[in-house]
Write a protein that binds this ligand. Structure first.
Ligand SMILES: [Zn+2]
Length: 146
């Protein structure tokens, strides 16, 4: 991927009062997700009510930034033309260490992505804003030149 992701003309996220804390954290290169004060479970995407116990006592907490690739797609034909300069690129379902799954841009690693890959949060400037992308955790054996 030789194109600077920050130069892409991609659509901006739709920010609501509910999702504002997520996007504010993202802009600072951080990942915040909701946690339920009643059942203790982590919640993502942002909601007004816990999907596990229906409590409305949700608070925002910093996520570890660790996750695992649950599934992914190599996108050749983006849903928006703004992404065309970087196609093909990888979009994946990241199972966060806290439990919830989030859809995210997966930065290229040393090898092709695979289900089960360990991932780390990699805040990335895309289309003029910092978004919570993820990158593969490279193991020592994979870092050797081939
Ligand atoms: Zn709950």
């Amino acid at each position: 991927m030789s194109v600077d992701l920050n130069t892409l003309k991609t659509p901006a996220p739709t920010i609501t009062a509910l999702t504002q804390p997520f996007w504010d954290a993202a802009a600072q290169g951080r990942l915040k997700i909701q946690h339920c004060e009643d059942c203790g479970k982590a919640v993502f995407y942002p909601r007004p009510m816990c999907p596990h116990c229906w409590s409305k006592r949700l608070v925002w907490k910093e996520a570890s930034g660790r996750g695992q690739l649950k599934s992914f797609s190599l996108v050749h034909k983006p849903g928006h033309p703004g992404w065309l300069p970087v196609a093909p690129y990888v979009v994946g379902l990241v199972e966060l260490a806290e439990g919830p799954t989030m859809l995210s841009f997966i930065l290229p690693g040393m090898r092709s992505p695979g289900v089960g890959d360990a991932l780390l949060l990699a805040p990335t400037a895309i289309g003029g804003r910092v978004l919570p992308a993820f990158k593969p955790v490279e193991t020592a054996t994979e870092e050797k030149p081939k």
